[in-house]
Write a protein that binds this ligand. Structure first.
Ligand code: AMP
Ligand code: GLY
Length: 429
């Protein structure tokens, strides 16, 4: 099978690494890939956000399957264009991707599907938004409606700050993404991300992963795309799994099918869990980053046939098997991230880290120049490890970190603390 993988972050390195292990792969094309992916395939120089050029290329090379990593590419409608040209694509079309790209669309689908999520109000006018805030109690949750690269959420205890967030968002700070905003009920609990693959009708549940969004130890500091992750997620018990499937995943997939825009790809449910009751914080239309890296390391099945079956409506009868153990990941980020940071500092020791038991290093923001590996982004490396339990996995991941010599980087030293502190046994999935 000829596969084109779109994206160039840690998530895509993990997907490409897994796909490259499949005996069914004949050739992997990368757009744009990264230094970790380069040895696994042929790098293309098309623009990721040019769906017409990508579709033309896929047709001319007789690509069997296109796998889309980033939401920004889904938002271009690449999935629709490929499918209209008879090319299988793992990733929803533009309409269905609105589950991620428009919070009000997601809320609307949840309301019809009966999927539990925070109560909300939607506003394009600052005065109305502020009047609504005065009917709520703190903490206040204010979100830009569209894609805002993970930075479109403000949570604050004071009305003054809430008002300022309203002015800020409606004042154009997020461009079109902030033309409308949502004010939402604050949900208390513990967060986990759960994933399921669908061909539009059949659903295969995957596993739950927990990540750490704050930049510094103790879950302090600014929000980031994720500084570390682990799985299984102890908070995601069998009861939570069943409720998530019955109350969220199945009804949402059914609703998308009934709307005539079937959901093809991976559905990422960002959950807030309290007293074994899951509620949706958000839906993403793609794999999580760094959650995907964890999932690819725990997956025992060949993933390529599953991706292809999902993209071609043939998921019925397929299954995914998982390692009984655990996986954990620590992000190495450039000093200064998520604020301003420098690019171009030299990284050494990736090979030594990779040689350690259970350790895989996924590249996120790196580049190669003159035979040296350089930092080229905010989140730079994902040191991932498997083990018989979370404790062993995270210990191995930190041994991987110790093998890497990168003075320009930093990482959190307390990834998975919540899971390690729990005295209840871990339960799958
Ligand atoms: P989002 O971009 O919607 O994933 O939100 C980013 C983060 O803000 C989430 O991971 C949560 O930690 C937090 N958050 C978002 N919405 C809520 C809410 N309604 N209640 C509590 N926390 C929230
Ligand atoms: N790790 C969070 C995300 O991928 O959105």
């Amino acid at each position: 099978m000829k596969v084109l993988l779109i994206g160039g972050g840690g998530r895509e390195h993990a997907l490409g690494w897994k796909i490259a292990q499949s005996p069914q792969l004949s050739k992997l094309y990368l757009l744009p890939g990264n230094p970790g992916l380069t040895p696994l395939g042929e790098t293309l120089s098309l623009a990721e956000t040019d769906p017409v050029a990508i579709t033309d290329f896929a047709k001319s090379e007789a690509i069997d399957l296109v796998v889309v990593g980033p939401e920004a590419v889904l938002a271009t409608g690449l999935g629709d264009l490929l499918r209209a040209s008879g090319i299988a694509c793992f990733g929803p079309g533009k309409e269905a991707a609105q589950l991620e790209t428009s919070k009000s669309f997601m809320k609307d689908v949840c309301a019809t599907a009966g999927a539990p999520t925070a109560a909300y109000g939607k506003f394009s006018n600052a005065e109305d938004a502020k009047a609504f805030l005065r009917e709520q109690t703190a903490p206040f949750v204010i979100k830009a409606d569209g894609l805002a690269a993970g930075k479109g959420v403000i949570i604050t205890q004071t009305l003054d700050e809430a008002d300022a967030a309203v002015d800020d968002m409606l004042g154009g700070r997020f461009g079109d993404a902030g033309a409308e905003l949502i004010i939402e009920e604050f949900m208390d609990g513990e967060e986990a991300s759960f994933f399921a693959v669908s061909d539009g009708e059949t659903i295969i549940s995957m596993i739950a992963v927990q990540d750490h969004k704050r930049a510094y130890d103790g879950d302090k500091g600014p929000n980031t795309g994720g500084m570390g992750a682990y799985s299984p997620a102890p908070v995601f018990t069998q009861a939570v799994y069943e409720r998530t499937m019955d109350e969220i995943i199945k009804p949402v997939i059914k609703e998308m099918r009934q709307r005539g825009t079937p959901y093809i790809g991976v559905l990422y449910a960002g959950l807030m869990i309290k007293n074994e009751r899951p509620r949706l914080i958000e839906i993403n239309a793609r794999f999580g980053d760094p959650e995907c890296q964890i999932m690819m390391c725990r997956m025992k099945s060949d993933f390529l046939p599953i991706l292809y079956a999902a993209a071609t409506g043939n998921l019925a009868g397929q299954e995914i098997t998982w390692d009984d153990g655990a996986a954990a990941l620590v992000v190495m980020a450039a000093e200064g991230y998520p604020g301003a940071y420098k690019k171009g500092s030299v990284i050494e020791g990736v090979e030594a880290a990779t040689a350690l038991p259970g350790v895989t290093v996924f590249h996120a923001g790196t580049k190669e120049a003159d035979g040296r590996l350089l930092s080229n982004g905010g989140r730079v490396l994902n040191i991932t490890a498997t083990g018989s339990d979370i404790s062993e996995a995270i210990t191995r991941a930190y041994k991987g970190i110790d093998a890497i010599n990168w003075p320009g980087g930093f990482y959190r030293r307390d990834i998975a603390w919540r899971a390690l502190e729990r005295d209840t046994p871990e339960r799958n999935p």
